[in-house]
Ligand binder design. Structure first.
Ligand code: FES
Ligand code: FES
Length: 168
């Protein structure tokens, strides 16, 4: 099939491209844009390694075609923080040893952002339940859950500080 023109805003940059209709969003990100932080860990839409944010909500990027994201905004792990300025979730995974091989980590971090977006103070049970779509083959999840709790606390604190500064 002929390629189709799309413009997807990726990590804040409007990105025009030609994509084949059969191209999955994850393939577009990895193969056309070389954003290889988004991983492919299964072919059954179960593992969550491919999780990205689409218009602010977490999606498994292997479950949709790139053409379906035309006109939308995608954020990948490359866009959430930087080496010099880690996102609080990235910092928490580092500090709480929330990874071993790291393969699942980009998807875990994007899923964590969604968990905290939905509830800035999630309980351990909520975190475990909402992580149900993300598999880790290494860590046993305990430190991942700790990392998400810790990141949520840091983000609440930062939010309170920002609110205080706005009031001053
Ligand atoms: Fe998308 Fe596994 S690669 S869920
Ligand atoms: Fe290895 Fe999760 S850290 S799969």
């Amino acid at each position: 099939m002929s390629p189709v023109p799309v413009t997807i805003t990726v990590n804040g940059t409007p990105t025009p491209a030609q994509v084949e209709p059969r191209t999955l969003l994850v393939q577009f990100l990895r193969d056309q844009l070389e954003l290889t932080g988004t991983h492919i860990g299964c072919d059954t839409s179960q593992c969550g390694a491919c999780t990205v944010s689409l218009n602010g909500e977490a999606v498994k990027s292997c479950t949709m075609f790139a053409v379906q994201a035309d006109g939308m905004a995608v954020q990948t792990i490359e866009g959430i923080g930087s080496m010099d300025d880690l996102h609080p979730i990235q910092a928490a995974f580092w500090e709480q040893h929330g990874l071993q091989c790291g393969f699942c980590t980009p998807g875990m971090i994007m899923a964590s952002a969604e968990i905290i977006r939905r509830n800035p103070d999630p309980s351990e049970d909520e975190i475990r339940e909402q992580l149900g779509g993300n598999f880790c083959r290494c860590t046993g999840y305990h430190n991942i859950v700790r990392a998400i709790s810790s990141a949520a606390a840091v983000m609440r604190e930062k939010g309170a500080e920002a609110g205080q500064a706005a009031d001053d």
